[in-house]
Ligand binder design. Sequence first.
Ligand SMILES: [Zn+2]
Length: 226
Amino acid sequence: MPNAVRMHDEQAAFLSLEALVWRGAPVCPHCGESSRLGRLSGLSTPIGMWKCYACRKPFTVRHGTIFQNSHVPMHVWLQALYLLTATGERVSSQRLGQILGVSVRTAWHLKTKISAGLESAKELPGSWLGESAMKRVLREPFPDSPAPLQPGQAVCKARYERFLAATAGAAQHLDDTIFLAALNKLLRSRGAGADPASEMLEQQLELSLFDESAGGEGGADDEGLR
Ligand SMILES: [Zn+2]
Protein backbone atom coordinates (compact mmCIF):
# COMPACT_ATOMS: atom_id res chain seq x y z
CA MET A 1 0.00 0.00 0.00
CA PRO A 2 1.75 3.18 -1.09
CA ASN A 3 1.61 6.35 1.02
CA ALA A 4 0.64 4.49 4.17
CA VAL A 5 2.65 3.93 7.34
CA ARG A 6 2.72 0.26 8.35
CA MET A 7 3.63 -0.86 11.84
CA HIS A 8 2.81 -4.56 12.16
CA ASP A 9 6.45 -5.60 12.46
CA GLU A 10 9.99 -4.22 12.51
CA GLN A 11 10.62 -4.47 8.78
CA ALA A 12 7.40 -2.61 7.97
CA ALA A 13 8.14 0.07 10.56
CA PHE A 14 11.62 0.77 9.16
CA LEU A 15 10.42 0.84 5.54
CA SER A 16 7.73 3.33 6.56
CA LEU A 17 10.19 5.57 8.39
CA GLU A 18 12.60 5.44 5.46
CA ALA A 19 9.85 6.49 3.07
CA LEU A 20 8.83 9.30 5.41
CA VAL A 21 12.33 10.64 6.03
CA TRP A 22 14.27 9.84 2.86
CA ARG A 23 11.48 9.70 0.26
CA GLY A 24 13.39 7.13 -1.75
CA ALA A 25 16.72 8.97 -1.54
CA PRO A 26 18.74 7.75 1.48
CA VAL A 27 21.56 9.96 2.73
CA CYS A 28 24.49 9.00 4.98
CA PRO A 29 24.02 11.00 8.20
CA HIS A 30 27.78 10.90 8.86
CA CYS A 31 29.18 12.31 5.62
CA GLY A 32 26.22 13.26 3.43
CA GLU A 33 26.90 10.64 0.74
CA SER A 34 23.78 9.84 -1.27
CA SER A 35 24.86 7.33 -3.92
CA ARG A 36 27.40 4.82 -2.60
CA LEU A 37 25.04 3.35 -0.02
CA GLY A 38 23.81 -0.18 0.49
CA ARG A 39 21.23 -1.87 2.64
CA LEU A 40 22.82 -4.52 4.87
CA SER A 41 20.86 -7.73 4.95
CA GLY A 42 22.95 -10.40 6.70
CA LEU A 43 21.14 -12.81 9.00
CA SER A 44 22.67 -11.22 12.10
CA THR A 45 22.29 -7.65 10.82
CA PRO A 46 19.69 -5.59 12.65
CA ILE A 47 16.70 -4.60 10.52
CA GLY A 48 17.00 -1.17 8.92
CA MET A 49 20.81 -1.12 8.81
CA TRP A 50 22.58 0.60 5.90
CA LYS A 51 26.25 1.05 5.08
CA CYS A 52 27.94 4.05 3.54
CA TYR A 53 30.76 3.04 1.18
CA ALA A 54 32.18 6.56 1.19
CA CYS A 55 32.91 6.83 4.94
CA ARG A 56 32.52 3.08 5.69
CA LYS A 57 30.10 3.74 8.56
CA PRO A 58 26.80 1.97 9.18
CA PHE A 59 23.61 3.92 9.87
CA THR A 60 19.84 3.63 10.09
CA VAL A 61 17.04 6.08 9.41
CA ARG A 62 16.71 6.55 13.20
CA HIS A 63 20.09 8.34 13.32
CA GLY A 64 19.76 11.82 14.83
CA THR A 65 16.21 11.24 16.09
CA ILE A 66 14.92 10.46 19.57
CA PHE A 67 14.64 6.83 18.40
CA GLN A 68 18.41 6.52 17.87
CA ASN A 69 20.08 4.00 20.24
CA SER A 70 16.71 2.88 21.59
CA HIS A 71 16.43 -0.74 22.60
CA VAL A 72 12.71 -0.60 21.98
CA PRO A 73 11.84 -1.91 18.50
CA MET A 74 10.65 0.72 16.05
CA HIS A 75 7.24 -0.89 15.47
CA VAL A 76 6.63 -0.72 19.24
CA TRP A 77 7.48 3.00 19.21
CA LEU A 78 5.09 3.58 16.31
CA GLN A 79 2.25 1.63 17.91
CA ALA A 80 2.79 3.51 21.19
CA LEU A 81 2.76 6.85 19.40
CA TYR A 82 -0.39 5.89 17.52
CA LEU A 83 -2.21 4.83 20.68
CA LEU A 84 -1.14 8.02 22.47
CA THR A 85 -2.06 10.45 19.69
CA ALA A 86 -4.52 9.14 17.09
CA THR A 87 -7.04 7.68 19.53
CA GLY A 88 -7.52 11.03 21.28
CA GLU A 89 -7.63 9.15 24.58
CA ARG A 90 -5.54 9.21 27.72
CA VAL A 91 -3.75 5.87 27.85
CA SER A 92 -2.22 4.83 31.17
CA SER A 93 1.23 3.23 31.33
CA GLN A 94 -0.43 0.04 32.57
CA ARG A 95 -2.78 -0.10 29.61
CA LEU A 96 -0.04 0.80 27.14
CA GLY A 97 2.18 -1.91 28.58
CA GLN A 98 -0.59 -4.51 28.29
CA ILE A 99 -1.26 -3.70 24.65
CA LEU A 100 2.39 -3.55 23.60
CA GLY A 101 3.55 -6.50 25.70
CA VAL A 102 6.14 -4.45 27.59
CA SER A 103 6.58 -3.72 31.29
CA VAL A 104 4.80 -0.76 32.89
CA ARG A 105 8.18 0.91 33.35
CA THR A 106 8.99 0.60 29.67
CA ALA A 107 5.54 1.91 28.75
CA TRP A 108 6.05 4.83 31.12
CA HIS A 109 9.45 5.47 29.53
CA LEU A 110 7.89 5.49 26.03
CA LYS A 111 5.21 7.95 27.15
CA THR A 112 7.74 10.23 28.80
CA LYS A 113 10.10 10.31 25.83
CA ILE A 114 7.27 10.87 23.38
CA SER A 115 5.77 13.77 25.30
CA ALA A 116 9.19 15.34 25.91
CA GLY A 117 10.06 14.94 22.23
CA LEU A 118 6.83 16.54 21.10
CA GLU A 119 7.35 19.46 23.46
CA SER A 120 10.89 20.13 22.36
CA ALA A 121 10.09 19.85 18.65
CA LYS A 122 10.71 22.93 16.62
CA GLU A 123 7.77 24.61 14.98
CA LEU A 124 7.23 23.01 11.63
CA PRO A 125 6.11 24.61 8.42
CA GLY A 126 2.37 24.13 8.12
CA SER A 127 2.52 22.63 4.66
CA TRP A 128 4.54 19.50 5.41
CA LEU A 129 1.51 17.19 5.57
CA GLY A 130 0.57 18.06 2.02
CA GLU A 131 4.09 17.24 0.87
CA SER A 132 4.59 14.17 3.02
CA ALA A 133 5.18 10.84 1.34
CA MET A 134 2.86 9.22 3.89
CA LYS A 135 -0.79 10.17 4.07
CA ARG A 136 -2.34 7.60 6.33
CA VAL A 137 -1.80 4.54 8.50
CA LEU A 138 -2.52 1.04 7.31
CA ARG A 139 -4.44 -0.97 9.91
CA GLU A 140 -5.09 -4.25 8.20
CA PRO A 141 -4.72 -7.73 9.71
CA PHE A 142 -1.21 -9.17 10.07
CA PRO A 143 -0.14 -10.41 6.62
CA ASP A 144 -0.64 -14.11 5.94
CA SER A 145 2.53 -16.09 5.56
CA PRO A 146 2.88 -19.46 3.81
CA ALA A 147 5.58 -20.58 6.27
CA PRO A 148 4.91 -21.10 9.99
CA LEU A 149 5.62 -17.93 11.97
CA GLN A 150 9.03 -17.66 13.64
CA PRO A 151 8.86 -17.03 17.41
CA GLY A 152 9.69 -13.32 16.92
CA GLN A 153 6.98 -12.98 14.28
CA ALA A 154 4.43 -14.68 16.52
CA VAL A 155 5.18 -12.09 19.22
CA CYS A 156 4.77 -9.30 16.65
CA LYS A 157 1.49 -10.76 15.44
CA ALA A 158 0.04 -11.10 18.95
CA ARG A 159 1.13 -7.53 19.78
CA TYR A 160 -0.33 -6.16 16.57
CA GLU A 161 -3.64 -7.94 17.20
CA ARG A 162 -3.87 -6.32 20.64
CA PHE A 163 -3.00 -2.99 19.01
CA LEU A 164 -5.74 -3.40 16.37
CA ALA A 165 -8.28 -4.38 19.02
CA ALA A 166 -7.34 -1.33 21.10
CA THR A 167 -7.65 1.06 18.17
CA ALA A 168 -10.92 -0.55 17.04
CA GLY A 169 -12.24 -0.02 20.57
CA ALA A 170 -11.23 3.66 20.69
CA ALA A 171 -14.17 5.84 21.65
CA GLN A 172 -13.38 8.57 19.15
CA HIS A 173 -12.70 8.60 15.46
CA LEU A 174 -9.07 7.67 14.78
CA ASP A 175 -7.07 10.54 13.38
CA ASP A 176 -4.07 9.44 11.29
CA THR A 177 -3.20 13.09 10.62
CA ILE A 178 -2.47 13.77 14.29
CA PHE A 179 -0.26 10.67 14.45
CA LEU A 180 1.65 11.63 11.29
CA ALA A 181 2.17 15.19 12.53
CA ALA A 182 3.45 13.86 15.87
CA LEU A 183 5.77 11.37 14.16
CA ASN A 184 7.14 14.07 11.92
CA LYS A 185 7.79 16.25 14.97
CA LEU A 186 9.55 13.44 16.81
CA LEU A 187 11.77 12.72 13.82
CA ARG A 188 12.89 16.33 13.89
CA SER A 189 12.88 16.91 17.62
CA ARG A 190 16.54 16.13 18.11
CA GLY A 191 18.82 17.48 15.44
CA ALA A 192 22.50 16.84 14.74
CA GLY A 193 23.53 19.28 17.48
CA ALA A 194 22.30 17.09 20.33
CA ASP A 195 24.26 17.37 23.53
CA PRO A 196 26.43 14.22 23.80
CA ALA A 197 26.34 14.18 27.61
CA SER A 198 22.57 14.18 27.87
CA GLU A 199 22.38 11.67 25.06
CA MET A 200 24.63 9.31 26.98
CA LEU A 201 22.60 9.81 30.13
CA GLU A 202 19.41 8.98 28.28
CA GLN A 203 21.01 5.88 26.85
CA GLN A 204 22.12 4.74 30.29
CA LEU A 205 18.69 5.39 31.73
CA GLU A 206 17.10 3.35 29.00
CA LEU A 207 19.63 0.54 29.38
CA SER A 208 19.03 0.40 33.11
CA LEU A 209 15.28 0.18 32.55
CA PHE A 210 15.79 -2.70 30.21
CA ASP A 211 18.37 -4.49 32.33
CA GLU A 212 15.88 -4.56 35.11
CA SER A 213 12.99 -5.90 33.10
CA ALA A 214 15.00 -8.24 30.88
CA GLY A 215 16.61 -10.27 33.65
CA GLY A 216 15.13 -12.30 36.49
CA GLU A 217 11.48 -12.46 37.39
CA GLY A 218 10.55 -9.34 35.46
CA GLY A 219 11.66 -10.90 32.17
CA ALA A 220 8.26 -12.15 31.12
CA ASP A 221 6.97 -8.57 30.98
CA ASP A 222 8.98 -7.51 27.99
CA GLU A 223 8.16 -9.94 25.26
CA GLY A 224 10.06 -9.72 22.02
CA LEU A 225 12.26 -6.72 22.81
CA ARG A 226 15.73 -6.99 21.40
ZN1 LIG B 1 29.06 8.26 4.91
